[in-house]
Write a protein that binds this ligand. Structure first.
Ligand code: NAD
Length: 490
């Protein structure tokens, strides 16, 4: 151990009171599924955490029937103020159980505890608080007077922010008066199941939220169920495309939040040390498994060498390892298949001529690990500059003029996020205006707020989550009655 090494500071998992087996959460109760159960493991150790039921088509149907009944009998008849009270109660319970939820999230997903504790779970509570406030103010959402809820929402979420994505989906749906059937990702079902316990604690009426666990076939049965009115999906562009095809021609309202290849643009007048912190946060937060990650660094040619040198020095201080250790900066990769994709694309990067660099780090012998990695000498045609790696891998490209930076940033089939680092406010506004990205951060990166809409262009999907715009996905304007129209014509 060096003199200045950190001593281990593991967060205790003793706070968790997990069951050995979890059923599906349907109509307010845990029930066994009819599919073949699966196990959820810790990606840091590959150790078994719990056995989880799998929902087949019949279970999905039972869940949708429960959601429909709850919609008609209770939730759509309840006042907005009363719906808001339930959401406030859920938010407070999330806060009360925050430490337990953070430990469970890090255990199941592999993300560092300091991120689940300081980012994911506080944002989950914030999302429920924010939409609780909207529940009795829907007429101000910009959808005209008395907008209508849609009915039953089918929601499928990924594994990178398991509980946060659940909150992004469930909070606006319930605030707007819809009921929900949600499917968490197969590698990270744990916090959704703990959330089901929170719903029981909150006395949420049975059937308002149902959670069906399983893999792609469960998700497919859910989004294709004929009695859902709304489909919300976050995940890969390939599955998003399939869902867009299967819902086309139906009356289901669809929002898709897919992948990205965000450009983080650093101009020569930027405060370099702050920019380096922002670059690190942009691509190494959550092991880079972030749809809006700043995975392409566009740095002005005159400061390239300086930025890369400082970046390498900073990466050498990142601590990679046990997600439950409070000092850990970079945790485990979520699954073996995700890790395989990182290896494959990084190897292609080397074969195509880019230069690969990682700091020296001792990776644990068990579990799924990938060192923080930088590629320099990357050109726009390289696959590592085009494909979403979804890992702690940064591709560095250069530019000379703002116009070139904009052209390179927009040279991607995606359009989710971008970052601009410069001293000049006028340049921020001028460049942001020309970037084809749903979210543009200036002199910061990866900042989220429930009041701020988030979503993409092109292959990054469509629709917005967060803010009052996030309610539009779950509301329909009330069609004016014939007499009202006649009155207006007079
Ligand atoms: P995925 O799209 O396969 O899985 C996301 C969710 O969709 C999971 O809950 C999964 O069970 C479900 N699903 C899978 N097939 C389905 C189907 N046919 N119908 C309905 N639901 C289905 O994503 P993945 O395999 O976990 O990750 C692959 C890639 O997706 C990643 O490398 C990354 O590029 C991208 N991704 C993006 C995000 C994001 O936040 N936008 C999140 C995770 C993954």
């Amino acid at each position: 151990m060096n003199f200045l090494d950190y001593a281990p500071a593991p967060e205790s998992a003793a706070i968790l009171n997990l069951r050995d087996e979890y059923g599906l959460f349907i109509n307010g109760e845990f029930v066994p599924g009819n599919g073949e159960s699966f196990t959820t493991i810790s990606p840091a150790t590959e150790k078994h955490i719990a056995t989880v039921s799998c929902a087949n088509e019949q279970d999905v149907d039972t869940a949708v029937v429960a959601a429909r009944r709850a919609y008609e009998k209770t939730w759509s008849r309840m006042s907005g103020a009363d719906r808001g009270k339930y959401l406030f109660r859920i938010a407070r319970l999330v806060q009360e159980r925050a430490r337990e939820l953070a430990v469970a999230e890090s255990l199941d997903n592999g993300k560092p505890i300091k991120e689940s504790r300081d980012v994911d779970i506080p944002l989950v509570a914030a999302w429920f608080f924010y939409y609780a406030g909207w529940a009795d103010k829907l007429e101000y959402a910009g959808m005209g007077p008395n907008p209508r809820s849609l009915g039953v929402a089918a929601q499928v979420i990924p594994w990178n922010f398991p509980l946060l994505m659940l909150a992004w989906k469930i909070a606006p749906a319930l605030a707007a008066g819809n009921t929900v059937v949600l499917k968490p990702a197969e590698t990270t079902p744990l916090t959704a199941l703990l959330f089901a316990e929170i719903l029981q604690q909150a006395d949420l009426p049975a059937g308002v939220v149902n959670i069906v666990t399983g893999a792609g076939s469960t998700g497919s049965a859910l989004v294709n169920h004929p009695d859902v009115n709304k489909v919300a999906f976050t995940g890969s562009t390939a599955v998003g495309r399939q869902i867009a095809r299967s819902t086309a021609g139906t009356s289901k309202k669809l929002t898709l939040e897919l992948g990205g290849k965000g450009a983080n643009i650093v101009f020569d007048d930027a405060p370099i040390d702050q920019a380096v912190e922002g670059i690190v946060n942009g691509i190494f937060f959550n092991q880079g498994q972030v749809c809006c990650a700043g995975s392409r660094l566009l740095v002005q040619e005159s400061i390239h060498d300086d930025v890369v040198e400082r970046l390498k020095a900073r990466l050498s201080t990142l601590r990679v390892g046990d997600p439950l250790d409070k000092n850990t900066d970079v945790g485990a990769i979520n699954s073996a298949s995700q890790l395989g994709r990182m290896h494959e694309l990084s190897n292609v990067g080397e074969q195509e001529g880019a230069e690969r660099w990682s700091p020296a780090c001792n990776l644990p012998s068990e579990g799924f690990w990938f060192p923080p990695t930088i590629f320099t000498n990357v050109s726009t045609s390289h696959r590592i500059a085009r494909d979403e790696i979804f890992g702690p891998v940064l591709s560095v490209l250069t530019f000379r003029t703002p116009a070139e930076a904009i052209a390179k940033a927009n040279n991607t089939p995606y359009g989710l996020s971008a970052g601009i680092w410069t001293d000049k406010g006028s340049r921020i506004l001028a460049v942001a205006d020309k970037l084809k990205a749903g979210v543009v951060w200036a002199n910061t990166f990866n900042k989220f707020d429930p009041a701020s809409p988030f979503g993409g262009y092109r292959e990054s999907g469509y629709g917005r989550e967060g803010g009052k715009q996030g309610l539009h996905a779950y509301l329909a304007p009330t069609v004016p009655s014939r007499s009202a129209l006649n009155g207006a014509n007079r």
